[in-house]
Design a protein around this ligand. Sequence first.
Ligand code: FMN
Length: 324
Amino acid sequence: MIKTPLCDLLGIEHPILQGGMAWVSTPRLVAAVSEAGALGILGAGNAPPNLVLEYIRQVKQLTSKPYGVNFPMFSPYVQDIVDICARERVPVVTTGAGNPSAYIPVMKAAGIIVMPVVASAALAKRLARAGADGLIAEGGESGGHIGDVSTMALVPQVVDAVQIPVVAAGGLADGRGLAAALALGAVGIQMGTRFICTTECEVHFNYKDMIVKAGDRATITTGHSLGHPVRALRNPMTRKFEEMEKTGLSEAQLIEFGTGKLRLAVEGNVTEGSFMAGQSCGLINDILPAAELIQRILSQAEEMLVRLPQYVRGSEQASQSRNS
Ligand SMILES: Cc1cc2nc3c(=O)[nH]c(=O)nc-3n(C[C@H](O)[C@H](O)[C@H](O)COP(=O)(O)O)c2cc1C
């Protein structure tokens, strides 16, 4: 059994978070993950508040276990979603793409556990000072909007920068990833891309199939000229976006072209959709129920963690002399 302080903080059995994914992590997936003992997180994205409220109520009908709501700071409805989360007594909120400091006090006053996603040690320090309960350190390997530091380098630096629990995200898709994250000082992992390939995830089959077939170099980042890079599977849409960035189109034109493209991917449009996914896609070879995936990851991580002490020469004598 792998138990970490994250399990105590969130009241969950397994230290695994299903990352909030706009239009992708809908109530069915969220509830399945929470029912399996991990933490399912709704992706509010930039959805209107009434839809987010409906989603939250659906999750509550499907599970009585802890769950979370995620919103990116670029949503035009941040204040409304914060109010809804407080009113609906949402147990956990995670935020993405920005600094949620201003909203932390009101969420904490409502009893919400707040865990922002960070891509740098500097933001981690600021959010710890602002009262965050924990942080999710997300490396640039991940799918969706990304920072530029890799998970391997970012996680231990965030762990060193703050005194609150840190969850590792980006490029993690199996038990080896969980074991490695714990070795880096994290108290658990958050995965997005791996959870897309579950039976309960409601995206079109084409999306899951593209991830299953993808290799390690199947993703590309676009949007650097906008200052907000996005990682997605290479397809005609990303090629067109790349060309448009090179021809120096205005920011407004690029944003207009990119808007709504994740929803097209969710609907299975393989040429025009933006199939956001991380570099872990090369590790994902099947679509299976969330509960089975979580169990598989846990047993693989346990196996790794039990096996690793063999590399410590003299560890037996050391532990024997400690015990005597
Ligand atoms: C399709 C997709 C949509 C995402 N949308 C969001 C989002 O709305 N808010 C957010 O904070 N992170 C978002 N993420 C990031 C995930 O929550 C998670 O941190 C990330 O996927 C972890 O890296 P991985 O993809 O390598 O597992 C998204 C990721 C994907 C793949």
